[in-house]
Structure formats: C-alpha cells, structure tokens
Ligand binder design. Sequence first.
Ligand SMILES: Nc1ncnc2c1ncn2[C@@H]1O[C@H](COP(=O)(O)OP(=O)(O)OP(=O)(O)O)[C@@H](O)[C@H]1O
Ligand SMILES: [Mg+2]
Length: 310
Amino acid sequence: MNVIETRELTKYYGSLFWKKKEPALDKLSIAIPEGSVFGFLGPNGAGKTTTIRLFMDLIRPTAGEALLFGKPPDDLETKRQIGFLPDNPVFSSYLTAYEFLDICAKLLRVPSSERKKRIEEVVELVKMSKHLHSKLGGFSRGMTQRIGIAQAVLNRPRLLILDEPLVGLDPHGRQELKDIILHQKNSGTNVFFSSHILSDVEKMCDRISILHQGNLLCFGKLEELLSETGSRVHVKHGEDEIIKDLLPEATGTIRLSDGSWELVFQDKPELSKRIKSLAEQHPKAITITPSRENLEDFFFRKIENAKQII
Ligand SMILES: Nc1ncnc2c1ncn2[C@@H]1O[C@H](COP(=O)(O)OP(=O)(O)OP(=O)(O)O)[C@@H](O)[C@H]1O
Ligand SMILES: [Mg+2]
C-alpha cells in the first residue's frame, strides 16, 4: 500500500465568489510507497505547505483527492498514525516543555502510565532533556523547532510529516535532525518533509519531487533522477578543433594540467546525438563519461526550464 497517494489534487484559495485565478496546487498526482524518506522541494510559494495542509485535513481540496495509507485525510484512525510539524510552530509561551508535551501526549491518548517515559524519550531524542522544565517562551527558534519535532514523534507515528523542519537549526542541529530522521526511518517510520536545503535533502531522501507554481516538475527516486543527467566529454590535447562547434553548448569547460579539455554538457537528445557521433568519428581524441548532477544543479535546471515554458 502507498503511504501517500494523490490524484489530481487541486487547491484554489478563496471563496466561491472570489477565487484566485491561479491554483496554489494544480492536479498533483503522486504515489509514495512504504519505507521512504521523501523530500518535497520547491521555491517559495510553490504549494508545499498547501499540499501538507491538505494531507493534514486543515484545508479541503477544490478538486481531486489525497489518500494516506489508503484513507482520506479526515479518517480518525489515520490521523492517529501521523506525526506533524507545521511550518513556523508557535507554542504557548507560559508552558514548560514538559507541560506542553504532557498535553500533547494526553491529546494523542498516550496511556498515563507511559506518558512520563515517552516524554523523556522524545526530549532525549531531540537533545532537549536539559530544558525539560524551562518555559517555551524563553526558547530560541531552533529549540522551539526541536520541541516541535519531539511532539511530532510522541505518538510513534507510522508517517511523519514535517514542513521545513531544518529551518532555524544551526549546522549542528541540522546534523542532529538528519540523524533523527534516519533513526525514524530505520525504526519503520515513513517520513515526508518539505525543505529548501537541497544538500541536506540529497543526503537524507531516497525519493523527491519538485513543485513549481503549483505544478509538479519531477517526481521519483533521487538516484534515478540524478543519474546520467549529462555527459562529461574529454578532448585530447591538440584535438580542440574537433569539438569547437559544440563549445557554445557546454555548461562547463575545464582545462586539465596535460593541456586536454573536459567539457560538461547537459542531457539534451539532439546534443547527445551530435556528441556521440563525434566520438564515433574520433575515438582516439574524444571520450565520453556520464556525469551526475548534484541535487542543487538539478533543482535549478528544472526550475529554469519551467520558467521558460510558463
Ligand atoms: N491562506 C491562503 N490564502 C490565499 N492564498 C494562499 C494562502 N496560503 C497560501 N496561499 C498562496 O498559495 C500559494 C502556495 O503557497 P504555499 O504556502 O503552499 O507555498 P510554499 O511552497 O509552502 O512556500 P514557502 O516555501 O514559502 O513556504 C502562494 O501563491 C500563496 O500566496
Ligand atoms: Mg511553506
């Protein structure tokens, strides 16, 4: 069964009489299988929080549907299996971390005999044990974020949905969060999170999607999306003439110490054909190796392509 599945999920904000012209989310169809850490990417205003609010039953879709473990988001049994960290969490400033987590545990129906142990367990996980009896009002952004994550894992969820969990964390905190996410994954929890921090996403996720102005630009296994997205062409010293027609198309050129050139090309069908045919004509001068983009380059290329189309 898919952990999350959406079918043409669409959201227009506004009322029946006043509707925004462009949808915040336009016919999103994705399916995420069990056992994934899923990275939901996109620039500001892409529709990530809107999608997450639809999953959490905080807003209703204009059209289409979302299914979590095969059930609609308003299914109570399903809701109990989900841990959620909203974007910009704000908690009552006069409560201590313990008092706040105790209320959350009660709402989540954690049995009273287990509550204390469970709270200690989650604050330990987010490295906040020292601050358990401090008031939330005195916490920094990063500390608040950690308590937000603690409450999200309190019910030992089957699915953890985090909206920008890395925001507000220092590099050390981000590393710790990555460890928490991997720990959750290894203990059988599915994780779905939105983020702008691509290098972290690349390290943590096995699947991603990129959203842009409410439209899905790509979706799939990270390894597959990033594999062979371009080619690296090595040209022997003194053979530069052969490649001169292709030079304007290269996205990168490197002069190596032996005087040879290495050119980087994006994977475009027409261009790849020309490079291949050159290599066939001059097998001693040209060697081609597939080059793998990092997620950041891949992300910007996808967004740039989308801008040209729209
Ligand atoms: N409550 C609302 N009423 C009207 N429009 C909204 C509302 N919430 C979001 N929008 C619009 O919907 C679009 C998508 O917003 P959303 O918050 O989902 O983006 P996001 O991808 O989460 O962005 P960010 O990275 O900045 O958090 C934006 O154009 C935004 O202006
Ligand atoms: Mg958002």
